[in-house]
Design a binder for this molecule. Structure first.
Ligand code: 4NP
Length: 158
C-alpha cells in the first residue's frame, strides 16, 4: 500500500487489510506492508488523526513505522497499490521494466467510482480521515475477495 508520506492513507490501508486477513485466518498466506513515495516521514508513526480514526473502527495502526518505497519492493510483492494517481505515476517511473509486481490503484478494486483516496493530511481532524476509511474498507474487502480466489486457484493447481 503506497501513498506520499506513509503516515495517513497507506498505513490505514495496511491496517485495514491486515485486520480483514486476520479475521479470515489467512495471515500465513498473505503479507501486507506499506510505504511512501517521499522521504518526508521516514521513521515516523502514522498521523495521530489516522490512528484515532482507525481505532474507532477497530483497526490498530500505532505499531507501524513509515518507510520509503525501495527497489526490492518491485520484486518482493505481487501487488503494489497506490492511493492516488500521482503516486501510481511515481511507482510506474520507479519500477524496473518487467518487474514482478502489478502496479495499480487500490480503488481499482472498489465498488466506488472514485479513482484516488483524497489526501487528508492538510485538512482538519475530522471528515477527511473518515472518507479515507470508507474508501479503503470497501476496496480492501473487494481486494481480499480477489486474493482469496487467486489463493484457491493456486492451491488447486498444486
Ligand atoms: P499520506 O499523507 O500520503 O496519506 O501519508 C501525507 C502525509 C504527509 C504529507 C503529505 C501527505 N506531507 O506533505 O508531509
Amino acid at each position: 500500500m503506497i501513498c506520499l508520506g506513509n503516515i495517513c492513507r497507506s498505513p490505514t490501508a495496511h491496517g485495514v487489510l491486515e485486520k480483514l486477513i486476520q479475521n479470515k485466518d489467512l495471515s500465513e498466506f498473505i503479507e501486507v506492508d506499506s510505504a511512501g513515495t517521499s522521504n518526508y516521514h521516514i521513521g515516523d508513526h502514522p498521523d495521530p488523526r489516522s490512528i484515532a480514526a482507525a481505532q474507532r473502527r477497530g483497526y490498530s495502526l500505532d505499531k507501524q513505522v513509515a518507510r520509503q518505497v525501495r527497489a526490492n519492493d518491485f520484486e518482493e510483492f505481487d501487488y503494489i497499490l497506490a492511493m492516488d494517481v500521482d503516486n501510481l505515476h511515481h511507482l510506474e517511473s520507479a519500477a524496473p521494466s518487467g518487474c514482478k509486481a502489478k502496479l495499480q490503484l487500490l480503488l481499482s478494486f472498489s465498488n466506488e467510482a472514485t479513482e484516488s483516496v483524497p489526501d487528508p493530511y492538510f485538512g482538519d481532524a475530522g471528515q477527511g480521515f473518515e472518507v479515507v476509511l470508507d474508501l479503503v474498507e470497501d476496496a480492501c474487502r473487494c481486494l481480499l475477495e480477489k486474493l482469496q480466489r487467486e489463493l484457491s486457484t493456486t492451491k488447486t493447481e498444486q
